[in-house]
Ligand binder design. Structure first.
Ligand SMILES: O=C1O[C@H](COP(=O)(O)O)[C@@H](O)[C@H](O)[C@H]1O
Length: 232
C-alpha cells in the first residue's frame, strides 16, 4: 500500500497537525460506532504529540488507548512505555480515556503476552488509529532486527495479539502487537523526527530484506495507507 510523507517545519507543528488528524479520526469513529481505539508507541519521539493530543476535545470516555509495544517491566519503571503515556497522554481532557496496558505481572514474559492478548481482545478491531515509531536500526513496535520472534511477528497469518520479543538492541524482553494487529488501522501513522530518521526511512524504502529493517513490512505490506509524519 502507498505511503504519503507529511513534512513539517518543526516538531511542534507536527504535533499539532497529527493531534488534529487523530482527534478527527477518533471523533468520527465515536460518531459511527460509539467507541474508538488508538494504539501508540513509546520511545522519545511521541511525548510532545501526546501532550497536545491530551488537550483535544474528544469524547475521551469512549476512547480506549493501548500501546503497540512495551518492555516487560511494571508501570512504575521509568523505561516503561506505560509511564510515558500516563505522564503525557492520560492527562488533561484525555484523563477519562480507558488504558489497556500490555505489561501484566506474570511469572514469565510469555504468560504476560498470553494475558495481554486476552485483555486486548476486548478492544474492537481493527484499531481506529495506530501510531508507529521507528528506531535508528529500522525497528518498529518491537519488531527488532535479529529478534527472537521476528518471523512470527511479521507473518501476516500470525493471529492478532501480543507476542514476546528478545533482541540485542531491545534491552528488556518485549511485548509487542503482531504485524497483523497493526497493519489495517483506519489511520496508520509512522511518526519520525530528525534528519537521521529520514535517512533510515530512505534506506528502508529501498530494496533489502524485511528482517534487516522490519519497518519495511509496514511500508511494503500494510493494507492501510501509511501516513508518514516527519519534522526535523
Ligand atoms: O523501543 C522503542 O523504540 C521505538 C522508537 O523510539 P524512539 O525513541 O527512537 O522514538 C518506539 O517506536 C517503540 O515503541 C519503543 O518501544
Amino acid at each position: 500500500m502507498a505511503s504519503t510523507l507529511h513534512s513539517f517545519a518543526s516538531p511542534a507543528d507536527l504535533a499539532g497537525s497529527l493531534a488534529d488528524k487523530v482527534a478527527d479520526t477518533l471523533s468520527a469513529a465515536i460518531s459511527a460506532r460509539g467507541t474508538a481505539s488508538i494504539a501508540v508507541s513509546g520511545g522519545s519521539t511521541p511525548k510532545a504529540f501526546f501532550q497536545v493530543l491530551s488537550t483535544r476535545d474528544i469524547a475521551w470516555d469512549k476512547v480506549t488507548i493501548t500501546l503497540v509495544d512495551e518492555r516487560f517491566v511494571p508501570a512504575d519503571n521509568a523505561r516503561s512505555n506505560h509511564m510515558l503515556v500516563d505522564a503525557n497522554l492520560l492527562q488533561n481532557k484525555a484523563k477519562s480515556a480507558r488504558f489497556v496496558p500490555l505489561y501484566q505481572p506474570a511469572a514469565s514474559v510469555e504468560e504476560a503476552a498470553r494475558l495481554a492478548t486476552e485483555k486486548s481482545a476486548e478492544i474492537g478491531i481493527p484499531f481506529d488509529v495506530v501510531i508507529l515509531g521507528m528506531g535508528g536500526d529500522g525497528h518498529t513496535a518491537s519488531f527488532f532486527p535479529g529478534g527472537s520472534n521476528l518471523a512470527t511477528a511479521l507473518d501476516a497469518s500470525t493471529p492478532r495479539g501480543i507476542i514476546t520479543m528478545e533482541a540485542e538492541g531491545a534491552g528488556e524482553p518485549r511485548l509487542t502487537f503482531t504485524f497483523s494487529s497493526l497493519q489495517d488501522a483506519a489511520l496508520l501513522v509512522l511518526h519520525i523526527e530528525g534528519e537521521g530518521k529520514k535517512d533510515v526511512l530512505a534506506k528502508a524504502e529501498g530494496s533489502g530484506d524485511e528482517a534487516d529493517m522490519p519497518i519495511r513490512a509496514i511500508l511494503r505490506r500494510a493494507t492501510s495507507p501509511v501516513e508518514i509524519y516527519w519534522a526535523p
